[in-house]
Design a protein around this ligand. Structure first.
Ligand code: ADP
Ligand code: MG
Length: 319
């Protein structure tokens, strides 16, 4: 199979979306955005052996590659619109491509988001780069930098589950809870609906990709503030408790990453509205701390200040 056969067999689908004037097949895609919305552009790359274990199934790789990008749109409060895919593969393996594209479209179809173009190349390891364009109401876009002093800090879902799932993946064990946690790594669920609802409520937001502590730091630093996280309030899932002791759980939560939940700040008077949204979407949302006018984050447990020795996964350590 050559590059063009791969594209037409696995990635080209009939275009039903009116916003796509030209999609796959021309030199570029021509897209018509809604006149009253702003565009949000995000991109994330997955490298085999770096961002996922080589043993991850192609269907999970495809699904996960789209969801982690969707998660960035969710953190901005954006609605997904169009997707491009730059795919580097070691070989044109029919079964791999069938399953990969199935996983990719399974995620994209949740938001009727068409694949409008890309690039296909041959390389020594598999590299999947996805570019998404979403759109937002310009008046309510969320960023990392709007947190205000005395805002509450909230988190969606149960942090640490995906990191535990990756750990299990790499250490190969099986049980019902293990299978569930592994799935949280393989099939993350971007919080798109939550992001859209929060966009007019939250003052700042970030998606958790590198661990709760590091990402909270990024958001508060961007806002020029600090804060306090109350460790006792962080929700811990039953599966995590069943499988790991406290030391591991804390490591997964604070520096594990891959959760793709939303961390956000909001005025305390929005708490009941946020509780209502959590109920509506069946997503747990928990208040875990407070924004303070200082330049770092302190953590408290049982009323005492504690040290967190890891600030999340850092890709490039400065020397
Ligand atoms: P060009 O010669 O203009 O660089 P290509 O030959 O790379 O174009 O690609 C042909 C068409 O297929 C383009 O419209 C491109 O956007 C699309 N395309 C290439 N690879 C992919 C892919 N992996 N997924 C979706 N569309 C792709
Ligand atoms: Mg061209």
């Amino acid at each position: 199979m050559d590059e063009f056969q791969i594209i037409s067999r696995f990635f080209e689908r009939s275009n039903k979306d009116k916003s796509v004037q030209f999609g796959i097949g021309d030199d570029g895609a021509i897209l018509s955005p809604d006149p009253n919305r702003h565009l949000v552009s995000v991109m994330d790359t997955l490298i085999e052996g770096v961002h996922y274990p080589s043993s991850l199934s192609p269907k999970d790789i495809g699904y996960r590659a789209v969801e982690i990008n969707l998660s960035d749109l969710a953190a901005m409060g954006a609605r997904p619109r169009w997707m491009s895919l730059a795919l580097t593969i070691k070989e044109a393996d029919e079964s791999w491509l069938t399953n990969f594209s199935e996983g990719l479209f399974m995620s994209a179809d949740r938001y009727s988001m068409p694949l409008v173009g890309g690039d296909t190349t041959n390389g020594k390891i598999d590299v999947i780069s996805i570019h998404l364009i979403g759109d937002i109401n310009p008046d309510t876009a969320m960023t990392r930098c709007g947190a205000k002093e005395d805002d509450f800090i909230f988190i969606s879902g149960y942090p640490g589950e995906a990191a535990a799932g990756l750990y299990i993946f790499e250490n190969d064990s099986s049980s019902l809870d293990y299978t569930y946690l592994k799935r949280r790594f393989c099939r993350p669920s971007a919080r798109i609906e939550l992001g859209e609802k929060l966009s007019s409520i939250a003052t700042a937001a970030i998606d958790i990709s590198d661990g709760l502590y590091g990402d909270a730091q990024k958001m508060l630093k961007a806002s020029g503030l600090g804060g306090c996280i109350n460790i006792d309030k962080i929700p811990i899932s039953a599966s995590l408790k069943n499988c790991f002791d406290e030391k591991y759980i804390k490591r997964f939560i604070f520096s594990g990453g891959d959760d793709y939940e939303l961390l956000f700040s909001a005025n305390p008077n929005k708490k009941s509205l946020i509780d209502k949204i959590a109920k509506e979407l069946c997503i747990p949302i928990t208040c875990i701390g407070k924004v303070l006018s200082c330049d770092n984050i302190t953590c408290e447990e049982n009323g005492k200040t504690v040290d967190i020795d890891d600030s999340g996964y850092i890709h490039f350590k400065s020397t």
